[in-house]
Design a protein around this ligand. Sequence first.
Ligand code: AMP
Ligand code: ZN
Length: 462
Amino acid sequence: MRLYDTLSRQDRELKPVDGSSYRFYCCGPTVYGPAHIGNFRTFVLQDVFRRAIETGGMRSFHVRNITDVDDKTIRDSQAAGKPLAEFTAHWRDRFHADCEALNCLSPHVEPGAVDHIPQQVSMIERLVAKGNAYVSDDGSVYFKISSFPEYGKLSHLDTRELSLGKTQEARGNADEYDKDSLADFVLWKARRPEDGENFWPSPWGEGRPGWHLECSAMIEEYLGDEFDMHSGGEDLVFPHHENEIAQSRCACGGNFAAHWFHPTHLLVDGGKMSKSLGNLYTIDDLKEKGFSAMEVRYVLIGAHYRKQLNFTLDSLTAAREALSKLGKASRGLAARAGDGHVLGDAGFGPFQSAWDALNDDLNTPGCLGGIFTGLRDCADLEGEAAAKALAGLNRILRALGLTLPEEAAAADVPEDIKALADERWAARSAKDWAKSDSLRDQLAGLGWVVKDSPEGYELNPN
Ligand code: AMP
Ligand code: ZN
């Protein structure tokens, strides 16, 4: 596979540093609420990446952290009146449930920041000892950017005009700070009253680690000082990943990540997601509107990862149609394959171009297009030839993490009943509850019961 690398700004061939398995790290979720579909664009694309390299025969080792202590988790656990660990465990479990619904593989290791405080303290001690970090009057510790001349290489700071800030101290050392200035960033935050019970001992007094540090410490623990790839959404390039590089290279010495993979942000209705605009969707929000997580996954892989993807509810309806077409085609192939079977590895058959697209900078829309083109060549296949094509189809679908819907049960429903039910579904999707209820009653009067599910409705005779 060739993949664009943010650092060298080139497509590069993937090669495991240790010659055996591809070891990579993804910045994980901050667990203070449900993840939104923007977060899931990044996580789903990382999942497709992993599935693709595994389908190509590489072994993978996937590490993704859980940010379970930072400004936001502390603030919101206190607002909820819950201990931090209980609060974050709830949102971590919800994240896992969403990942499962989206058919994302679990990482091989999923470390949490709170369980790795000693590793973080050790890293800061080394940075202080080497002169890369200094202790401020209040017992906080800062990384000294001027001590690492390579700072800024990943985000190409030399091409941007950034004002040079002093330290974050002046700005209340927030985990996420102003992206328009360079600042010595915080590694250890001295205990403050608003932290409540959330503090740990350290050589510099009680406090807690800064957000950027946790990834560096967990990478050292699980991947060492050199590994194959690091990934996160584009917003993490600067300052988060820049800060990780500075911390890790100075504390551990190695080359850190060999490749950087940054999916572009998801937009909704052409703009940023925000609660106030009512377009910040979670998987549950979309399920409530009648869409399945698999339809969301289809939309999220429908654009190339280096292009912005504009999410709309209409795109989910289109995804439903596409998945249903794929389901039909797959059932047709299975029927025509009969008891024809495939011996050994049949490759991708008619879906070779779909597979090639995936290996060319993870071109997921190209891959989906290739699947539909490949299906056109399958129309006349029978027996073993159909079985081989079906094996190729299943293989490419597994690489994308797509599962297909079962056959709709409502084959014997009269046209006029189906039309009423469709009208009701449209009303329900548009939240026109009155109309949807009255159509349900009308259908009941005609002897049909409607049952709704995330995949759509089901019609059964009364
Ligand atoms: P967070 O939980 O905020 O730490 O973010 C988890 C992941 O989601 C990170 O890799 C972010 O870069 C990514 N992310 C956040 N917002 C978006 C978005 N709108 N589109 C794509 N990825 C995003
Ligand atoms: Zn990180």
